[in-house]
Design a protein around this ligand. Structure first.
Ligand SMILES: NC(=O)c1ccc[n+]([C@@H]2O[C@H](COP(=O)([O-])OP(=O)(O)OC[C@H]3O[C@@H](n4cnc5c(N)ncnc54)[C@H](OP(=O)(O)O)[C@@H]3O)[C@@H](O)[C@H]2O)c1
Length: 285
């Protein structure tokens, strides 16, 4: 049995679908019982647990051969640093208490660094907290998701603007489809490595301008790239609806990206192949 947290989200959902497609047993972990029905219909066992509730989470992981865990962004957190570290600690405590022997953790490129990376430092914390449990830990350090455009849909579908939080929209950047991450997660759960490891994962190389061009092609109308100057990043994100505390954290992430410190430093490197156009067609369908 494989427990999948975040099963209603991108990567967890893709991992669970892939495992079920292969005939593997899945325990879909949801926090809202109403969201479990579709997974029960798909053939999964359903467990209800919140990532901030150690006891229910440990129960959801108990008896499984492996578990997929992630640290979702809590945009409503008044103190994002404290809240995400606390959730990471709760996940690790539940892993320890459940005795699940193998955990595949969704992490990020840059999670080897303890600080100076914005929200990625919480994934650094999660990785280390999980390793301290004694479980075998496979950290999947992903680069940019192709689906990150979903956060910009108001600007894209409204005024037709694609905001870029960088000095240039022409920097080649690998971007991976979350369905590809899900397939890798399924592989890693079913065939665990002999010891804990870090798997770097990225996808086809593209630029933010090419993302805007693909969006324009799918939508059949022009999309204008607007590079937001660094002093205006936080204000633009707050205008877009993000709480100021989270906007400040994302500024830290984009600055880390500009400094070039987010590098692949894992034990091995895998690359997804789904092309951006296919993902954008799905996102906009
Ligand atoms: N975006 C990127 O480019 C990027 C790059 C590298 C790594 N990452 C990592 O990927 C993560 C996001 O992964 P994703 O896109 O697959 O997630 P997602 O689609 O945003 O879904 C989040 C999932 O977590 C669940 N969840 C949230 N809070 C919960 C709680 N308190 N208890 C139980 N479940 C909870 C949600 O359930 P509900 O349906 O109940 O809300 C949902 O299933 C980021 O947080 C980051 O760590 C992202």
């Amino acid at each position: 049995m494989y427990a999948i947290l975040g099963v209603t989200g991108h990567v967890g959902g893709a991992a669970a679908r892939e495992l079920l497609r292969r005939g593997e047993p899945v325990r879909a972990v949801v926090r809202d019982p109403a969201k479990g029905a579709e997974w029960a219909d798909a053939g999964a066992e359903v467990a209800v647990a919140d990532l901030n509730d150690r006891a229910s989470l440990a129960e959801a992981l108990r008896g499984c051969a492996g578990a997929f865990v992630l640290l979702p962004t809590d945009a409503a957190a008044a103190d994002p640093d404290a809240a995400h570290r606390a959730t990471a600690d709760t996940i690790a405590e539940a892993v320890r208490e459940s005795g699940v022997p193998h955990v595949v953790a969704l992490s990020s490129v840059g999670a080897d660094l303890p600080e100076g990376t914005g929200p990625i430092r919480w994934l650094h914390h999660l990785e280390n907290a999980l390793r301290a449990t004694g479980a075998r830990v496979t950290a999947v350090r992903s680069g940019h998701f192709q689906e990150k455009v979903e956060l910009l849909l108001d600007a894209i579908l409204g005024p037709g603007i694609y905001p870029v939080f960088a000095e240039s929209a022409d920097v080649p950047t690998p971007m991976i489809a979350t369905r590809d991450i899900g397939e890798v997660v399924a592989d890693l759960l079913v065939t665990p490595a002999a010891a804990s490891e870090v798997v770097d994962l990225d996808g086809p190389v593209t630029t933010e301008r090419q993302v805007a061009e693909e969006l324009s092609a799918v939508l059949g109308r022009p999309i204008q790239v607007v590079t937001v100057p660094k002093p205006g990043w936080a204000a633009a994100m707050v205008d877009g609806g993000l709480p100021p505390q989270l906007a400040a954290e994302l500024v830290g992430l984009y600055e880390a990206e500009e400094r070039g410190i987010l590098q692949l430093r894992g034990d091995r490197h895998l690359t997804g192949t789904t092309d951006l156009a296919k993902t954008l067609q799905h996102v906009l369908s």
